[in-house]
Design a protein around this ligand. Structure first.
Ligand code: UGA
Length: 439
């Protein structure tokens, strides 16, 4: 099937190449000429394990092309909208400018019988409004909403092997036609028995924001427990293991630490609250404000813990920060808890040197006043304390004995509960972590 993908960021670029892998012929459209040039040349414009290999393979098949001209989308049977919906400046609500512009740009090429499929995360009600616009301008063209659940760092696997497909369909015969087209797009995935939920526009939009809100709540729940553990001397990691054995609870997303960041969870829970307010149902989501508060408090607590470990003052202390990306296997620093803590330490007088396997260039652009080093050893040379704030494998696997030789003081703060406490303590390190016992 001929497919177009509008917006070639994280979601769109991976989706475009993955659709070729499923057997389709795809054109990826993006307004950013440099991004288009990079993708055409087989270069990933962001760090994502496995994506460049997939891009190379699918470009070589001759069935994938990229363009900055939306006219190239003409003739495609299905048009995926994969543009971003960031948080609006100074507000909680989502900025829908890019989604609106993408759909409007498609109106010029859209023909009856073709399907526009929204994948971006949008406030509930957006799809119905856009479906009205499409129906008015191009009678016979259809619109469905098909949210995406990919995680950065696992984007390729999550796109090719999703745990479910959600179709938000229009009513009546239009819905049946849209479903047939989506089934044809995802045929190899459906053939594996992947669950499919067919529903209306509003439910499909809400599935996405509800899922991210649940994940954020789960993380903040365990971080609230960490606060209590700190107050009582209990251990949050053992607590998480113990409650996680209950299948109704589950151990995943119960890792206490610095909390969630990135381009999705924080802005999605805020946009969800804003939308609930517009709908007169704000009470239903007031708990998300507390989820957000618990999450932000972890960053402040980390700075306090650093101050405690550094004998009560950050002034002039050399601090090594390992990790800048919002999570491992990503170069994304949007709302990164690690960078946020690094910047706060620096602003409060510490001399901070940051390292990260993938996110240094992005971090330097945002925080040029921090020092950066290429490796953990360079960052930690002569340090009074080491903070592990993003749990990259490289840092989890550091040898505490050898690493202990480069620092001035063996003090480590494990912001992600990712290190082997016994091994670090045995190597003479003072080990501290959020929500953990100090002994
Ligand atoms: C998240 C969702 O997991 C995806 O399903 C969704 O598709 C995506 O947002 C999106 O909306 O596009 P992502 O932002 O890539 O994916 O990252 P996650 O793996 O969810 O991690 C989010 C944050 O939570 C990270 O900062 C991570 O360090 C933190 N986290 C995660 C914890 O603090 N504890 C945990 O136990 C798990």
């Amino acid at each position: 099937m001929e497919i177009s993908v509008i917006g070639c960021g994280y979601l769109g670029a991976v989706h475009a190449a993955s659709m070729v892998e499923l057997g389709h012929e795809v054109v990826g459209i993006d307004v950013d000429e440099r991004r288009v040039a990079a993708l055409r040349a087989g270069r990933a414009p962001f760090y994502e394990p496995g994506f460049e290999e997939l891009l190379g393979r699918t470009l070589a098949s001759g069935r994938l092309r990229f363009s900055a001209d939306v006219a190239e989308a003409a003739g495609a049977r299905v048009h995926f909208v994969c543009v971003g919906t960031p948080q609006r400046h100074g507000e909680y609500a989502a900025d829908l400018r890019f989604v609106q512009a993408a759909v409007e740009s498609l109106l010029g090429v859209l023909e009856p019988g073709q399907l526009v499929v929204g994948k971006s995360t949008v406030p509930v009600g957006t799809a119905a409004r856009l479906a009205g616009l499409v129906a008015e301008k191009v009678p016979g063209a259809l619109l469905a909403w098909n949210p995406e659940f990919l995680r950065e760092g696992f984007a390729v696997a999550d796109t090719l092997h999703p745990d479910r497909l959600v179709y938000g369909l229009p009513g009546g015969v239009d819905g049946a036609l849209a479903e047939r087209l989506l089934d044809a797009v995802y045929a190899p995935i459906l053939a594996r028995g992947t669950p499919k939920v067919r529903t209306d526009h509003a439910t499909a939009e809400m599935v996405k924001t509800a899922a991210n809100s649940f994940l954020a709540t789960k993380i903040s729940f365990i971080n609230a427990m960490a606060e209590l553990c700190e107050a009582t001397g209990a251990d949050v990691a053992q607590l998480a293991d113990a409650i996680g054995y209950d299948e109704r609870i589950g151990r995943r997303f119960l890792n206490a630490g610095l909390g969630f960041g990135g381009g999705c969870l924080p802005k999605d829970i805020r946009a969800f609250m804003a939308r609930a307010g517009e709908l007169g149902a704000d009470q239903a989501l007031t708990f998300l404000r507390e989820v957000d508060n618990i999450n932000m408090r972890r960053r402040i607590r980390m700075v306090e813990l650093a101050r405690e470990v550094l004998d009560g003052s950050l002034l002039g202390k050399h601090v090594a920060v390992l990790g800048a990306a919002f999570k491992p296997d990503s170069d994304d620093i949007r709302d990164s808890p690690a960078l946020n803590v690094a910047a706060q330490l620096q602003l409060q007088g510490a001399v901070v040197c940051v390292t990260d396997p993938a996110a240094i260039d992005n971090s330097r652009r945002q925080w040029p006043q921090l020092d950066y080093a290429a490796t953990a050893e360079e960052a930690a040379a002569g340090a009074d304390a080491v903070l592990v704030l993003t749990e990259w494998r490289q840092y989890r696997e550091l040898d505490p004995v050898a690493f202990g030789r480069v620092v001035a003081q063996r003090r480590v703060l494990d912001g992600r509960n990712a290190l082997d406490r016994e091994a670090w303590t045995a190597a003479g390190w003072t080990y501290r972590a959020l929500g953990r016992r100090t002994d």
